[in-house]
Ligand binder design. Sequence first.
Ligand code: FES
Length: 226
Amino acid sequence: MLSMLNWCIAEQPDREVWLFYGVRNSLELMAQAHLQSLSTNHPRVHLRLCFSNPDNADVLGQNYHHRGRVDVELLRKQLPLKPYHFYLCGPTPMMQSLVPALDDWGVPDAHIHFEAFGPASIPRKVRHASPEPQVNQSQASEMPLVTFAKSGKQVPWNASSTSLLDLAESLGIEVNSGCRAGGCGTCQTTLQAGEVSYRQTPDCDPDPGNCLLCVCAPKTNVTLDL
Ligand code: FES
């Protein structure tokens, strides 16, 4: 997150950036002097330090801004109404509450980018802009077959799914996921047979014989180790 912030300041100095940084107290703060200097010297950078368990030496309004965790109520209170992009990174429980809360707030999927520390499944709302297209029998027979070996399920690829991760979840198959954008590697799964194609080049390289389910679709009939 710090690298991203530094990059924004160097490359896009006019960009408005809010950093909500949640820790227990000042003893856990990283790069405090650097962050303070960024927010002092760059008026478009807004730093909000949130302490869930302040130390005796911590004084609200002096060395931190908010008592509590980073949650959607705080974001709603602090952020002017604008179409922000949210970049989230944190432990699993925080991500599992914050990401769905942003969904509920109405933030579009494409504006929520996240990565959980360690494997995690972040529940997402399924949004359909229009009713799902019905796949008729002849269309289905032309689609590659997707076999989930461990779950014993086999279905034709459904072009209305955005990825193999989507398809697996729609069948009730549990898959660990994090960023859902090809960046963290959490959804990496062994491809036992077949080939996939990527809708975007993933930032993370899957190991040989594996694929990143969140950004790929089957190119041929595939068998997944799920
Ligand atoms: S969930 Fe992060 S790469 Fe797929």
